[in-house]
Design a protein around this ligand. Structure first.
Ligand code: GLU
Length: 405
């Protein structure tokens, strides 16, 4: 991967500032229920962001590796969605926040795990992917996770063995899901492949690129490769929003408001749609299993740099570059991306001009338009048809064919 990591940039300064602010925060405990995780260094801290243009910025331990753990779950969910579509996946795993810890026995009345971000749901999701044959599926998952990261990722065999030796609760969740009729194939195969996806080794920069791929509608912002469809990326971000932070998803929405997923290794990845992918790492966890300093860092990043996804968006520029009248004719030169909101401004302006000035011909010029959404296209077409019905000559000048009709 040709990663353009900026060394000296005010953005790096921002990340350094966040690191300095959260470094002294105490509290939390390094996870030790998977014995290998207990070796993590409590003071290690790293943070990285990747822009939609593929530029990466990092501070702290940007090269330190740790295991993906539950942060693998959204990506494997995305793989299941790509393979089967939402409706089929939904028959096997729900989409409601459970409000319970990640390893809870959380199945709904029909025996389906509540969502794909808790272990039961993640194990079922893994069972839906590709070929259940030993080795084939886990290699497929590792390779798609690598495409999300834009570089070849490896499984940390020590973490995998440690988890495989001790993960009996996960086996139990697998068997419960099998008895509910939602796990496909063998429980042991699904659980083993789940352990392997959790043991994939990453850095904070990898997390930021992986999150950035979801934030950019499924296209890796660094390699430019499409990894999943735009719809799959949206579905995955939706699940991360409602269920990504264990039983703290609601509070996360209030304080951070960026779709995210945390893992018990101390990592958090967050994907601000259309904007940044973020990765943070700091091993000590709070009672909910989220990295204490990771949560604090993301709260700061969201607050100080206005990244909450429900902030009121800035008023877009007018989509009309110019409106000129000559005699009985009106000419409107549009610009930029025309979405439903922009098209609403254009059609209301056209209707107003015809009504107020009595023009008898209208031309909409599109040479400066970069794109049209489907909704905008049909709104404009309907307005032009209405004008024509009212006896106003209406035409579109579209030399580059952006309007497509
Ligand atoms: N592999 C871990 C487990 O199943 C993942 C837990 C997590 O990161 O939340 O216990």
């Amino acid at each position: 991967m040709d990663l353009d990591q900026e060394e000296t940039s005010p953005v790096v300064g921002v990340l350094e500032g966040i690191r300095a602010k959260v470094a002294g925060l105490g509290g939390g405990r390094v996870a030790d229920y998977i014995p290998e995780l207990a070796h993590a260094e409590p003071d290690a801290f790293g943070i990285a962001v990747v822009s939609p243009h593929g530029r990466a910025y990092a501070a702290g331990r940007s090269e330190q590796t740790f295991s993906l753990q539950s942060m693998s779950k959204p990506f494997v969910y995305a793989m299941a969605l790509e393979e089967h579509g939402l409706e089929v996946v939904h028959e096997h795993v729900g989409a409601e926040p459970s409000g319970e810890p990640f390893n809870a026995i959380s199945l709904d009345e029909s025996g389906r795990p509540e969502n794909p971000m808790i272990n039961a749901g993640a194990i079922v999701t893994t069972s839906l992917v590709g070929d259940g044959e030993r080795g084939v599926r886990s290699e497929h998952i590792r390779s798609v996770l690598s495409t999300f990261a834009g570089r070849d990722l490896a499984v940390d065999e020590q973490v995998y063995l440690s988890e495989a030796e001790t993960g009996h609760r996960n086996r139990a969740l697998g068997y419960l899901s099998l008895s509910g009729g939602v796990l496909v194939g063998s429980v042991e195969a699904a659980v083993q492949d789940y352990f392997r996806q959790c043991s994939v080794s990453v850095t904070v920069v990898d997390l930021a690129v992986m999150a950035g791929t979801l934030a950019s509608g499924g296209v890796n912002p660094v390699t430019g490769e499409r990894v999943v469809s735009q719809l799959t990326a949206r579905h995955t971000l939706s699940i991360m929003t409602s269920c990504g932070m264990y039983d703290r998803a609601g509070e996360w929405g209030l304080r951070v408001g960026i779709p995210a997923k945390s893992g018990v290794s101390g990592g958090i990845l967050a994907a601000a749609p259309g904007a940044f992918g973020v990765g943070v790492f700091s091993p000590p966890l709070d009672e909910a299993g989220n990295s204490v300093r990771g949560v604090a860092a993301l709260e700061r990043l969201s607050e100080d740099y206005d990244l909450h996804m429900l902030r009121t968006p800035a008023r877009p520029h007018s989509p009309m570059h110019s409106v000129t009248r000559s005699g009985d004719s009106l000419s409107v030169l549009l610009r930029g991306e025309i979405d439903f909101l922009a098209a609403e401004q254009v059609v209301s302006r056209l209707a107003e001009a015809v009504e107020d000035t009595g023009v008898t011909s209208v031309t909409v010029e599109l040479e400066r338009v970069s794109g049209f959404s489907e909704a905008a296209r049909s709104l404009l077409a309907a307005e032009l048809e209405e004008l024509a019905d009212a006896g106003v000559g209406a035409q579109v000048k579209d030399p580059r064919g952006v309007h497509g009709s």
